[in-house]
Design a protein around this ligand. Structure first.
Ligand SMILES: Cc1cc2nc3c(=O)[nH]c(=O)nc-3n(C[C@H](O)[C@H](O)[C@H](O)COP(=O)(O)OP(=O)(O)OC[C@H]3O[C@@H](n4cnc5c(N)ncnc54)[C@H](O)[C@@H]3O)c2cc1C
Ligand code: SF4
Ligand code: SF4
Ligand code: SF4
Length: 364
């Protein structure tokens, strides 16, 4: 993909120096042309290798200026920028936004923490199926028109963003996708036809939607108004697409034999369709961790309405952190209508321990 420049290249350095000498001007006396907004992203995020890959800048852009380059692990400019600055408002890695991303504690603000399990059983759930059950409640009770989640091509083990309009498809999308956080990609198209969305994301996506919600930019507000429930997943790290070929090579199995993957306790556990279980120590695949994940300081998706994870839960259940009145409302409806069962006893210290480990690993 070839970047398109909005500006002329300016003076070549040598010509510029002689010009300055002629004019007896110092470099610092020259007023530099201000950067275009996407160039600010380039300078502060892309070239510093801290892009989270959340696609918020691409999704909010009214001009289709940016496209994601998977080889560079970041967006780049492909068409003219109309300088609306929406992308700068929503990028969770722009230095000016980091202060809006919430307190530095691991758990962040919350109203209640519970062990939750779906009343339905499914081998597709990652933990207790709390996310799928909450989304099911939101759709069956007609609180939202659709859910934005990550689907999966189970033959190739490739994940992709999926817009679910039919509750029966939610279970097909259950389970953690460790190689993709592209759930925001379809949002610009989706909001044309629906009023209310439930969106699931890793903490970087949740931060981006949190920033959308705080922004007064017209293009950001257009998207933010439609996200009724923001469900965040705990996330220690995510991996590049090359993880799947590496796993299948190590295990000597084709991708379609993999049923489920689960990262916890320093191990990637791979369940196969024939019932076999294989493990790979996470340090052995650390080379596949996405570069932007090493600059990530949020483990529990602190800007969500409801955060969900595995660590600290009773076996077979998910930890659910209720953070906002909207999150509590959704939880109560799901519980009263029999979609979920909940109990106390979450080991909060276990969540804090993993969260601190992530901060230390990433140099915070
Ligand atoms: C990359 C990644 C790393 C994680 N790391 C940890 C960890 O270190 N510790 C921990 O306790 N928990 C971690 N989790 C969360 C955990 O694996 C479960 O997703 C969570 O506990 C919810 O389980 P559940 O059974 O309630 O969800 P389910 O009912 O199985 O539903 C999961 C939902 O999340 C959606 N989803 C899956 N992957 C993604 C994604 N990448 N982006 C957006 N939506 C997605 C699915 O489409 C589905 O709707 C991680 C999740 C991901 C995606
Ligand atoms: S969102 Fe606005 S400022 Fe950013 S790249 Fe697109 S047009 Fe330019
Ligand atoms: S972190 Fe997200 S919003 Fe920021 S540049 Fe990367 S993809 Fe765009
Ligand atoms: S660690 Fe998780 S939340 Fe952080 S940038 Fe990577 S995918 Fe996003």
């Amino acid at each position: 993909m070839r970047a398109v420049s909005n500006q002329s290249d300016g003076f070549k350095n040598s010509r510029r120096q002689s010009h300055l000498m002629e004019l007896s001007l110092r470099e610092e006396d020259i007023v530099k042309p201000s950067l275009l907004p996407y160039q600010e992203l380039e300078e502060n995020v892309w070239l510093k290798n801290v892009c989270a890959g959340c696609r918020a800048c691409i999704s909010v852009c009214p001009a289709g200026t940016l496209a994601y380059d998977p080889e560079l692990n970041r967006p780049q400019q492909v068409t003219m920028c109309v300088e609306c600055r929406a992308c700068l408002d929503v990028c969770p890695r722009m230095p000016a936004n980091i202060k809006n991303i919430g307190p530095s504690e691991i758990l962040g603000p919350y109203l209640a923490v519970k062990n939750v399990r779906s009343k339905k059983n499914s081998g597709r759930f990652q933990n207790g199926g709390a996310v799928t059950a909450l989304l099911t409640a939101a759709m069956e009770e007609e609180l939202v028109d659709c859910a934005l989640v990550m689907g999966e091509d189970r033959w190739a083990q490739k994940s992709y963003p999926r817009v679910v309009y039919d509750v029966s498809d939610l279970e097909k999308c259950a389970g953690s996708k460790y190689t993709s956080n592209t759930v925001l990609e379809p949002i610009q198209d989706v909001i044309r036809n629906v009023n209310n969305i439930a969106l699931v994301g890793t903490p970087c996506t949740v931060q981006a939607v949190g920033l959308l919600r705080k922004s007064s930019n017209e293009f950001a507000m257009k998207l933010a108004h439609k996200v009724r429930f923001l469900l965040g997943l705990f996330c220690f790290e995510a991996f590049s697409d090359q993880l799947i070929p590496e796993v299948t090579r190590r295990l000597c199995v084709p991708p379609w034999r993999i049923d489920k993957m689960s990262a916890s306790d320093a191990m990637m556990t791979i369940s196969l369709r024939d019932g076999g279980i294989k493990t790979i120590p996470l340090p052995e695949i650390s080379g596949y961790v996405k570069p932007g994940c090493k600059a990530c300081a949020d483990f529990t998706a602190k800007l969500s309405d409801v955060s969900v994870g595995g660590v600290g839960s009773t076996p077979g259940m998910s930890v659910v952190i209720l953070r906002t009145p909207e999150g509590v409302g959704l939880f109560k409806i799901a519980e009263e209508r029999g979609f979920i069962e909940a109990k106390e006893g979450v080991k909060v210290e276990a969540i804090e321990k993993v969260g601190k480990l992530k901060l230390e690993r990433n140099g915070f």
